[in-house]
Design a protein. Structure first.
Lengths: 161, 794
């Protein structure tokens, strides 16, 4: 195909060199080409945040980003956090506080939290809710998510991903 | 350790067994399934609300790269039958749902053509190359217009757009109304909602052509219902069709119906002898997943001077959209509004009329609460309106009229039966916990300061854990009253418990693990739950109607008890102790008061592998399958109390405190129960303040993105306090009542009451939801203009 480009990206620390179509969305590249299905697609128009990943450390919507735009970039997805038998402190806080139900929004929620906790003090619950406002969850009513983020914030030495 | 001192698993805040996989990206949602070589379906959907299909030209699309096949409605003849939701209801007209439109289209978003491409990108490319010519037919948009004789018909064969009509009546309502001390009422409007699970609907059909075996991986709440329906529609043997729903990204009712896309991928996988898949995008979800709560209610309540309710009357028009949905029918939502309208109150004289009217909108289906968010909104508004007129505190008026004490079990005029439940205790406890009297003082101070500060209360009851005596939808010929559990201890001593029900995120694997582990006497980590698989047990329907813990938890208890008896019998032989001296816990069977014991692992080895340790005729397979039928079901109830402020500049509503006092019976896992209440309340807040599916006058949908249909974000939801009240145990096995839906039932009413309370000085009564800032502004402006006029004329 003429409309293809070779990109080099680091995903969760692993380097990949791939041929991608110009129009291939980053989220489809991750899910389909790299089989990293932890990043979910909720709306494909940038509203729900389920597809949030870290691109060179910043939270980004993978449904509004083309794979080709990430050439030379460092990508982190939920698969790069803790393992199921060795959760990261943020993941553990989500589990301890029952901050997920169906778990569909959770990967995007975690990646957003990592970015927000890094950049902002999240001093009170209102700041936490503001930080989460770009990620929609339909199951939890956010109450336990706020609890989890508060707990992770209060253990800063552990809450680096 | 004695049984009394042993830590209980049921009732503990056990961390969920689902979480490790979901937190690490290891979930198995339908779209995560890898199916190399599968064909991807893209649907060309109707862009007309009601039109005749004049012609479909697929030639250009067929020539596009990567397009492998194109199907129209006609091409499906002989492959699959239309979907038909039958019912024993009188005055019901079923509507066949074609898998792809035939002859005409009935709503914007109806699937017309299926394009199969080598990738989703290529299939979607070809959508634009399709040419479909339509001839518009008459508008069928406003349900009251559509119900009139002479209105254009959506379904000519039905002879009317009124698909269901029904009346409940007892006593001489008109006479009692005429003689009553006070009457309150009006026209109430609850606008259309859509469930918005974060995972869009997804269906992956895998066809094994060597065995003629079809596996559908579906984002469904009801794999058993889907399997049974597919077998009938495709005319395949049941043992060759399996429907699997592993991780489902939320459902809330939107995934309890059988969808044309779900049937189509199966029919085409079988026809083409290959794997066929479809993943909805959000636009498709918002225009084709079942919608909800779209009713107009004219209601009136009559009371005596002392506040005793004398009579209730209501006329309900439900806008049920283009088709009567399978299997629930067009009756499920609006009929439930009239049957639940009397609420938790003693009401002997009642007339409730309902009609379900077809319009050119996506079909209406079950959504969290089904009917009761609307019925609770209306009856709770009427109670508050009456309290204001009678100058009685709304708490006192509720207490005065509640079904209570000796009234239970109470037969509602509509035939429902309220099992003993904490109506009064729930209200009292909620008032105590939130400090109701202090809130009223706070309100007096706020009013003196000129603030619009309101306190809203809503109490309700719901029928949960419905057994086989009644159907979950009126007259539906499907058994929704039983669930099955099959529990097996294998030769290594671990436990596998299989169910047909499906977790759509509510944590059933954890809840059921707790029930099985404690009943059997093993540890949670010894138990693996299989759920969401139609082949796991002989019969199941799925998860809906606040039934899963009651029914599947009950079946799990019965099956675990049966297995435990076999375990103890085997252990009695091995430990040479009388049966009655044995107990099991933490993965071991022991002789009470001694140090003699055997682990489940060693016992399983003795039963299955170490032949000779047990006499041949005492070796029993360590497994059991049990069906549970609660027969009537039981009653959950709750009171919600909310406080809020209205910004006089922007008309934005700020929720301050939100408290729920609920009786869901015995709690298996408090963490999960709280999570369910929070999530339900959040959806109720969305219904009250934010969410509305909007159509223009011709039936074009205007809210087809999440930027237009706005569900609550973190900043829109206040902290939510939950107080659990447990009355006398219900008769269900385990003492569980259902609790998945309640939050959504109470919140719209509580918020509408709080806004009306805040604006009481202006005489405003909220009768329309959602209360957007624009609607509120108009109400206040009208009230102020009216007050100014009255002042001018006096």
């Amino acid at each position: 195909m003429s409309d293809c480009h070779t990109i080099r990206v680091s995903v969760n620390g692993t380097s990949h060199e791939c041929l991608v179509e110009s129009r291939l969305l980053l989220v489809d590249f991750l899910r389909r080409d790299l089989a990293l299905t932890g990043t979910h697609i909720g709306c494909e128009h940038g509203v729900c945040g389920a597809c949030t990943i870290l691109l060179d450390g910043d939270s980004v919507r993978a449904c509004l980003t083309f794979a080709v735009q990430t050439d030379g970039c460092r990508i982190e997805t939920v698969e790069g956090l803790g393992e199921s038998d060795n959760l990261s402190p943020l993941q553990q806080a989500f589990r301890d506080h029952h901050a997920l139900q169906c778990g569909f929004c959770t990967p995007g929620m975690l990646m957003t939290c990592i970015d927000m906790m890094k950049k902002y003090p999240l001093a009170d619950d209102q700041a936490i809710r503001e930080a989460l406002s770009g990620n929609l969850c339909r199951c939890t009513g956010y109450v336990h998510i706020v609890d989890a983020v508060r707990a992770a914030r209060d253990r800063p030495e552990e809450s680096s991903p | 350790m004695s049984a009394e001192l042993r830590p209980k698993i049921i009732g503990a805040r056990v961390r969920r067994v689902e979480d490790p996989r979901l937190l690490t990206g290891g979930g198995a949602f339908a779209d995560d399934l890898g199916t190399p070589g599968a064909l991807h379906v893209a649907f060309r959907r109707s862009d007309h609300p009601h039109a005749r299909i004049v012609g479909i030209d697929c030639a250009a699309a067929r020539a596009m790269p990567g397009i492998r096949a194109i199907f129209t409605g006609e091409d499906l003849d002989g492959l699959v039958k239309p979907i038909l939701a039958t019912s024993r209801m009188r005055n019901y007209h079923p509507t066949p749902i074609p898998v792809l439109a035939r002859g005409k289209v009935r709503y914007v978003g109806e699937p017309v053509v299926a394009i199969l491409g080598e990738s989703r990108y290529l299939a979607e490319d070809a959508l634009e190359a399709m040419e479909i010519a339509y001839e518009p037919l008459g508008d069928v948009v406003d349900p009251e217009q559509a119900a009139l004789p002479g209105a254009p018909l959506l379904h000519e064969a039905a002879g009317s757009n009124i698909l269901v009509s029904r009346e409940f009546s007892r006593g001489d309502v008109d006479l009692v109304m005429a003689e009553a001390f006070v009457r309150v009422g009006g026209r109430f409007r609850f606008h259309r909602k859509t469930p918005v699970a974060m995972e869009n609907r997804t269906y992956v059909a895998e066809y094994d052509r060597g065995r003629n075996f079809l596996t559908l991986t579906s984002s469904t709440q009801v794999p058993g219902i889907v399997r049974d329906a597919l077998v009938a529609l495709l005319d395949m043997p049941g043992h060759s069709v399996r429907v699997v729903a592993q991780d489902v990204g939320g459902g809330f009712g939107g995934k309890t119906s059988l969808y044309p896309e779900e049937v189509l991928v199966c029919a085409l996988a079988r026809k083409l002898k290959t794997n066929v898949r479809w993943t909805s995008d959000r636009l498709e979800d918002l225009i084709s997943t079942s919608q909800a709560f779209d009713e107009i209610i004219d209601a009136e309540l009559a009371l005596a001077r002392d506040g005793t309710i004398l009579a209730l009357a209501a006329d309900v028009t439900g806008d049920v959209g283009a088709y009567s949905i399978y299997p629930w029918t067009a009756g499920i939502e609006p009929v439930q509004v009239v049957s639940f309208l009397p609420g938790p109150y003693r009401i002997d004289t009642y007339r409730g009329r309902v009609r379900a009217v077809a319009t050119s909108k996506p079909p209406m289906g079950p959504y969290r609460g089904v009917g009761r968010p609307v019925s609770t909104f209306v009856i709770e508004r009427l109670i508050d309106m009456a309290a204001r007129r009678l100058a009685i505190d709304p708490v006192a008026l509720r207490r005065h009229n509640f079904v209570s004490g000796d009234d239970f079990p109470y037969k509602v005029v509509t035939g429902l039966v309220w099992d003993h439940s904490s109506f009064r205790e729930g209200l009292d406890e909620a008032c105590r916990a939130i400090g109701y009297d202090a809130l009223r003082s706070e309100q007096r101070r706020a009013r003196e300061a000129g603030r619009w500060f309101g306190i809203g209360i809503a109490s309700y009851a719901e029928l949960t854990g419905i057994g086989s005596r009644i159907s979950a939808a009126p007259g539906m010929p499907i058994n929704t009253g039983t669930e099955t559990a099959s529990i097996r201890i294998d030769s290594t001593g671990t436990v596998t418990a299989s169910f047909g029900i499906t977790s759509t995120g509510q944590g059933l694997e954890t809840t059921l693990s707790q029930v099985v582990a404690q009943t059997l006497g093993v540890r949670i980590e010894d138990v693996r739950i299989i759920q969401g698989d139609s082949s796991a047990v002989a019969h199941s329907t799925g998860s809906y109607a606040s039934r899963s813990t009651v029914l599947a938890g009950g079946a799990a208890t019965l099956a675990a008890r049966a297995v435990r008896e076999k375990v103890l019998r085997a252990a009695a032989h091995i430990l040479e102790a009388p049966l009655e001296d044995l107990d099991a816990a933490d993965g071991a069977i022991f002789v009470v008061g001694t140090d003699r014991s055997i682990t489940f692992r060693d016992l399983a080895r003795a039963v299955y592998s170490e032949m000779g340790r047990l006499p041949k005729d005492t070796r029993e397979e360590l497994e059991a399958t049990k069906v549970y039928d609660p027969y009537f079901g039981t009653t959950s109830s709750a009171t919600h109390i909310v406080t809020l402020d209205i910004d006089p500049e922007t008309y934005k509503i700020r929720l301050h405190r939100y408290l729920v006092g609920e009786d869901c019976g015995r709690v298996v896992n408090p963490l999960i129960v709280e999570g369910q209440v929070h999530g339900g309340v959040a959806q109720g807040i969305g219904a009250a303040l934010h969410e509305e599916v909007v159509f223009d006058a011709s039936g074009q949908i205007l809210t087809a993105s999440l930027a237009d249909y706005t569900i609550p974000a973190a900043g829109d939801i206040p902290p939510i306090e939950v107080v659990h009240i447990e009355a006398e145990a219900p008769s269900t096995i385990g003492g569980y009542r259902g609790m998945g839906e309640g939050g959504t039932i109470g919140a719209p009413a509580a918020i509408a009451n709080a806004i009306s309370d805040a604006l009481a000085p202006l005489g405003i009564e909220i009768t329309e939801l959602p209360v957007t800032p624009e609607r509120l502004f108009q109400l206040v402006r009208q009230a102020q203009a009216k007050a100014a006029k009255e002042q001018g004329s006096s």
